[in-house]
Design a protein. Sequence first.
Length: 355
Amino acid sequence: MIVKISPFARDFVQSRNRFLAAAERAGAALTSISHPLKGSQGENLATDVARIGSTEADRLVVLITGVHGVEHYAGSACVCDWLQGGGAASLPSDMALLVIHAINPWGAAYYRRYTEDNIDLARNFLDFSEAFPDSPSYEKVHPRLMQIAEGEASGVVHRLYEELGERDAIDSLMSGQYQYPEGFSFGGHAPTWAHRTVKAILQDHSRSASKCCIVEFHSGLGPWGEVIPVSMQQGTDLERVKRFFGDNIIAPRVDGGTHSARGHTTDGYTQVFGERELTSVVVEFGTYSPSTSLPVLLEDHRVHANGLVETEAGRTVAAANLEMHCPKDSDWQERVLKRGTQIINASIKGLQQCS
């Protein structure tokens, strides 16, 4: 009897080993790109790339995990589960599927949202030849974020909610800023390692593709166990996203609201694909409310900014951050796997039906 191993890993090595095994069993061609740093346990770090299908395929589905490092674990579980379930057999002959597993392996290994240089990768795809955008809402809160003492994060979030309202408080913290490299949600002053790596992978693997659908797996935004598709695209591209994934799409650059991020990964993908047809979606798996998760992110920032990663406080916040983004709850995990499979299959079907 074959005992199915849970695809939900709790550390980077476990996650990587399970993915590589699932991809190999599915017949994928595998390559690995080593990261220059080691992980929290001294482990080797890498972004693993698995391709299923012809190198000459006209249509390409791309699944990406770990843009926000700690959010890698839910996305990795979905991809592994789909591969283990034989999903690759559904690929049409003119389509290939590419998995970019843990594009921010350092963040995944350290259970951080950010990269090794404190950069939010989903804010790092600017035109760096131009002046950096201002971040007035963040500038007002930066000083107090840098002065948070142990145990104060929840109080800071509560006061921001009272002063700004929930929506504006979240926006001030999460939309990205380019003035303070040591600060929260820093977008970077140059392309980080993961930025350069994902572009190189996409350029290499998309040479023959005229149509592409990219799915980024994220977690931590939205109601418990629900799936929220988010797209930074507009116009006819957004209409195509809706045809693929349904009308219930959050489109911040059309509808306004929080997370209308500058320098988003979608902007980087658009640079790679140019005039070719690109359908890009971010899939968010909801977990805890922002009032619960934001204090953990702020405490994580405090620990790393003050060199406390190896302390008991550092280990505690790492475990809490993993739980915020990949809960152990079995019902939550089952719902995520089910919806993850639906999203991947919708990507394949949608791309197949494009004329």
